[in-house]
Design a protein around this ligand. Structure first.
Ligand code: AMP
Ligand code: MG
Length: 301
């Protein structure tokens, strides 16, 4: 069990707060028991709830936007020195966990020019004819871009396992395949994998909210009710996937997601912290000089 699960309160004293939310939410090595990780906790957040959470988001937004623009600018630079780096955010979680909300509220802070979103659905006939990573490789973000996967190759060790869609000897080999794939990808892409962790009760509330609000009916899927019967199997499949694919190159973060404002704040922090680690900056001009250009403009050109 990670330390914060035992020691955190909603209002920790200054001494208790590690500087990085990434460190707090990073899944530790060893056995994973999702039932032991609180879904309603707010690790690292100092404040008293939704209003403070929203205010904190407003405070974080400009820094995240700046870093994303620096990554984009690096990707635009020409020549041998052009950046080859990108960032991939992988979002996994049960139905209603907030993958869409994260895209709206966190990715919405970024310039859409530099963001590439893809939702992985049930594989198409064409996708089924290929290796499970085929469709994933086609959607990886190019240099300079922040890619968001709304579901991902992890479905191929989660839903596939829960519903016996392929034999166990096939899906059980996939953890290693995923680790090798992500390690290679990690050479050019920062990979941030977030498991949005909600409780079964919270899911029930969210499904009811969707039913009660006609503007949310488009999000409602009757199949989600049938899936609830498999809740424990999903938690088990997720526990194994998180434990087996929690690598240095591509770590898992378990984000308590019963409180939407905390989920948004925590993922914003994790992304900001990861981009800061990349030591980005504004690219210096290559092949032209600002003073010369200014002089040309001043000379009436
Ligand atoms: P949603 O994200 O609610 O639009 O639903 C997408 C559905 O596609 C979910 O039920 C996923 O479990 C399912 N799905 C995604 N990837 C796979 C996969 N590789 N194999 C089977 N089902 C998948
Ligand atoms: Mg759905």
């Amino acid at each position: 069990m990670a330390n914060w699960k035992m020691t955190r309160t909603d209002k920790p004293s200054g001494a208790e707060i590690p500087a990085r939310v990434s460190d707090l939410l990073r899944l530790p090595g060893g056995p994973v028991d999702l039932n032991a990780i609180a879904t309603g906790a707010t690790p690292g957040f100092i404040g008293s709830g939704k209003a403070d959470g929203k205010a904190a988001m407003r405070h974080l937004a400009p820094r995240l936007a700046d870093l994303q623009e620096q990554l984009y600018a690096e990707g635009c630079a020409e020549g041998d020195t052009a950046g080859r780096r990108s960032l991939l955010l992988v979002l996994q979680g049960m139905d209603t966990a907030g993958k869409g909300g994260t895209v709206k509220h966190v990715m919405g802070l970024m310039n859409p020019m530099g963001v590439q979103y893809h939702a992985f659905k049930k594989p198409t006939i064409e996708e089924r004819e290929h290796h499970f990573l085929w469709r994933v490789k086609r959607r990886l973000p190019p240099p300079g871009i922040v890619g968001v996967f709304d579901r991902s190759h992890y479905e191929d060790v989660v839903v596939v396992r829960v519903h016996d869609l392929v034999p166990a000897d096939r899906w059980s080999c996939r953890y290693g395949v995923i680790n090798r794939f992500e390690e290679k990808l990690g050479a050019s892409s920062a990979i941030v994998k977030c498991f949005l962790h909600i409780s079964k009760e919270q899911q029930q509330k969210r499904l009811l909210t969707r039913l009660d609000d006609p503007t949310k009916h488009w999000k409602y899927d009757p199949a989600d009710i049938a899936e609830r019967a498999y809740w424990d199997d999903y938690q088990q499949a997720y526990s194994d996937a998180l434990r087996k694919c929690n690598t240095e190159a591509a770590p898992w973060y378990v984000v308590p997601a019963d409180r939407k404002w905390y989920r948004n704040w925590a993922i914003t922090r994790i992304l900001t912290e990861r981009l800061e680690e990349m030591a980005l900056g504004w690219p210096t001009p290559r092949g032209w000089n600002p003073d010369e250009q200014r002089a040309r403009l001043a000379a009436g050109q």
